[in-house]
Design a binder for this molecule. Sequence first.
Ligand code: NAP
Length: 283
Amino acid sequence: MLKLAVIGDPIEHSFSPQVHGAALDALGVAYTYQKVRVPAGGLADFLPYARAEGIEGFNLTMPHKVDILPFLDEIDEEAQRFSSVNTVVVRDGRLCGFNTDADGYTAALRTAGHAMGGKRVLILGAGGVVRTLALKAAYEGAARIVILNRTADKAEAVCDLVRQKVPAELRADTLGMETLCAYAADCDVLIQATPLGMHGTGSDFTDFSFLDRMHPDALVSDLIYNPERTRLLQAASARGLAVQNGLGMLICQALLADRIYTGLDFKMEDLYPIVADTLRQKR
Ligand code: NAP
């Protein structure tokens, strides 16, 4: 019986148990997967609990992805690149940290026939996930990365962080209709990484005319998965643009973590549709 958990704060609404459950059921692996609310600063208390409970692996969400680093015995290369860990596995009592967020996103893009390498990438938002995805876009060899954020300084800070690690063409600006229209006109992949349009936030885009500027082959990738099709994705689809929601990233980062937990070398493309279908049926 594989004993797993997800930790974070807040954690009540985490979708991780359903996603990992669907994957592990499909793989025929017996498991338990518990949600544990661990507040900021609570890792030193959680780790002895995990040991006592025999937890063999756990996923991490806000606010622990960086704070876990000093507690780890080993940090995988990808996690070192991003200075962020979303998966920990216990091997012979040693804590080994991994990051499957960025590879999960590129795997999700691949399932839809897209990639960031050589592409002009426009990112909306400059929060935690953007730090990872902007860096991944640079490592993947994106032709240009533009980050637009409500608070422009934060977008600039993400650009600086990426520049320190990878030579890449980066620009930062304020998120607004004028900048959206200007940069949408020459981008290949637009990544929406703000909570705009997310269920329960009450905030959304008020004008989608920037989509009219986009190249007909461009992809609009919204990281939100609730609702499954945000108004942004509906508006982009209506204009004939390719779209992808956040379910792809959510599933693929979980599948990559499940590979680490189980040691099974399953094919992403085999398991992805099974997990996606299971999750749709459960909604
Ligand atoms: P975060 O660290 O809290 O950052 C939120 C970002 O959104 C900030 O840049 C913030 O701008 C901006 N923002 C917030 N409210 C806004 C508004 N009303 N108008 C314009 N901009 C606004 O969050 P995160 O972890 O980066 O996550 C961002 C989004 O990605 C969330 O919707 C999250 O659900 C989604 N996500 C999805 C996955 C997945 O697997 N699909 C994984 C991770 C995240 P300021 O800097 O100005 O505050």
